[in-house]
Design a protein around this ligand. Structure first.
Ligand code: ADP
Length: 487
């Protein structure tokens, strides 16, 4: 079965969040299962320089916005065959893929990703690469949301389409006036089409036209069908409930494995957990924090947004310090949250270490060095940092939402007694609820024998991609009309 995996980000070439990690690992896992998966990625500078053996496949002259580009083909660092849409006028820009130097959306984002979707549809349908077409075009997030629309609205046979939501908060909304530039027919501007509250909605279009919809955890799949979490799309999603799948993300164990992690000071596994303390000390030294083996070192690696619940954590810092605990936080995002954490570090220099920015190596050092990884999100489609925490014996402390609810088992007395606990879960988006969970973690930490058992059980949980990749295979099969089924 031939799958075109359409993604605006892929680790390690371009990454702003978890989608890049998924795109860097799920296609590899699918290839191991025998699927002919190929990526399509926009030709950002880091992609053009990072994809090996790039060679031209086709000219693409008729992209939306009257832009022309070239389709290139090569091999991504993970060894996955990769198509690149090389259109310098759209993608040859420095920095963040979506934002200009001042942090504002690029004004032509509709054309940049409209062109990307157009190329995805053309390549998937066949003809662009004489040697390849897709059975399934698998789209990720709003940036690829128009591809199912272009395919459904075009003539002739087409591949099946799957639209995956990695985060429903980002929907790709543009003025109605962009319709013709995007080469969408006027009749598609309807609630039975691409229209979304008077705008062209890229994600809405994908959810309307795709044969199947998926998201990255079973709980989030349910949540987005409710008014509270559906961000206006709950009606459409609930109406298509039978087509909505929830498949939990996996961990790329070639990148995230404490036994083989080149970014950390001391490698370890479940049988050599005492070596984890060397990573803790190194992290304390890096941030000039007080050493104290009796209280946990909390870690947090995150985008700083209200959705991630970082305002709750900022509110809990004084109590965390009072408990004698320490915190290392790596993140960037909203300026008020950046300021709040900078101020916390200045107020409690021996207890709170903060790095504002994006640093892949430090993310690994925090996972290895912290005792607890904090994910207080108000909304979390799947979440990867808690999965990395489980693998690193760094117990996750999470809010009971989305994929966090599906992957972390609270250390309640019954769960501790039957050996199923893997972390700490709180149920309410309030500072006192978070504080209570921090206190429970600190209390359990004083019983090191029990803590060690929890760590070992957490590390034994299997969140590798194999099981989830098989589910994606089932999803693809369900999307392909029986007549086009490939054995
Ligand atoms: P989201 O996609 O919503 O940002 P996920 O938990 O799914 O959240 O994925 C986050 C990914 O981004 C993880 O790989 C995490 O380590 C990484 N990450 C987030 N912020 C930073 C940062 N400031 N520096 C380095 N890595 C980060």
């Amino acid at each position: 079965m031939r799958i075109l995996y359409v993604t605006p980000e892929v680790y390690p070439l371009v990454k702003t969040g978890g989608l890049a990690d998924v795109a860097g690992s799920l296609p590899k896992a699918l290839r191991v299962l025998g699927y002919d998966v190929r990526l399509l990625v926009p030709g950002y500078p880091g992609v053009i320089s990072g994809v090996a053996d790039l060679r031209p496949v086709a000219e693409v002259a008729d992209l939306p916005g009257a832009v022309s580009g070239r389709l290139l083909f090569g091999s991504s660092p993970g060894g996955v065959p990769t198509y690149v849409l090389d259109a310098p006028a759209l993608f040859d820009r420095p920095g963040n893929p979506y934002l200009d130097r001042n942090g504002r959306d690029w004004p032509d984002n509709h054309l940049r990703f409209g062109a990307f979707c157009w190329a995805a549809a053309a390549l998937g349908r066949g003809g662009l690469d004489p040697a390849w077409s897709a059975d399934v075009v698998h789209c990720q997030d709003w940036q690829s949301g128009l591809a199912p629309a272009y395919l459904a609205l075009g003539d002739g046979p087409r591949p099946a389409t799957v639209m995956t939501i990695h985060n429903i908060a980002y929907q790709g909304l543009f003025p109605a006036s962009t319709l013709s530039e995007l080469k969408l027919p006027p009749e598609s501007f309807s609630m039975y089409g691409v229209e979304y509250y008077g705008h062209v909605g890229f994600l809405k279009a994908g959810l309307y036209y795709a044969d199947r919809i998926s998201t990255v955890s079973p709980t989030y799949a349910r949540e987005i069908q409710t008014p509270a979490e559906g961000r206006g799309l709950h009606g459409l999603l609930a109406g298509r409930a039978a087509d909505v799948w929830g498949i939990i993300n996996g961990v790329d164990t070639t990148v995230w494995d404490p036994a083989n992690d080149a970014a950390i000071v001391a490698r370890y596994d479940a049988a050599s957990l005492e070596r984890k303390a060397l990573n803790t000390q190194a992290l304390e030294n890096e941030f000039g924090l007080r050493h104290d083996a009796h209280v946990p070192l909390f870690g947090c690696v995150t985008r700083l947004t209200p959705d991630k619940g970082l305002d709750l954590l900022a509110g809990a810092v004084p109590r965390l310090v009072e408990l004698g605990a320490r915190l290392v936080l790596l993140g960037s995002g909203a300026s008020d949250l950046e300021l709040a954490f900078r101020e916390a570090a200045a107020a409690f220099p021996e207890s709170v270490g903060v790095r504002i920015g994006y640093d892949e190596g430090l993310a690994h050092r925090i996972q290895a060095g912290a005792d607890v990884i904090l994910v207080p999100s108000r909304s979390e489609p799947c979440g990867l940092t808690q999965l990395y925490g489980l693998r690193y014996g760094t117990l996750p402390l999470v809010q009971r939402v989305g994929g966090l609810a599906d992957t972390v088992v609270d250390a309640t007395e019954p769960n501790l007694a039957d050996g199923t606990a893997t972390g700490f879960v709180f149920a309410e988006a309030t500072v006192p609820a978070l504080v209570h969970a921090l206190e429970r973690a600190a209390a359990l930490f004083t019983d090191q024998a029990r803590w060690r058992k929890l760590q070992q059980y957490a590390m034994s949980r299997d969140f590798s991609w194999t099981a989830s990749a098989k589910r994606y295979g089932e999803l693809y099969r369900s999307a392909i009309p029986a007549s086009r089924m490939v054995a």
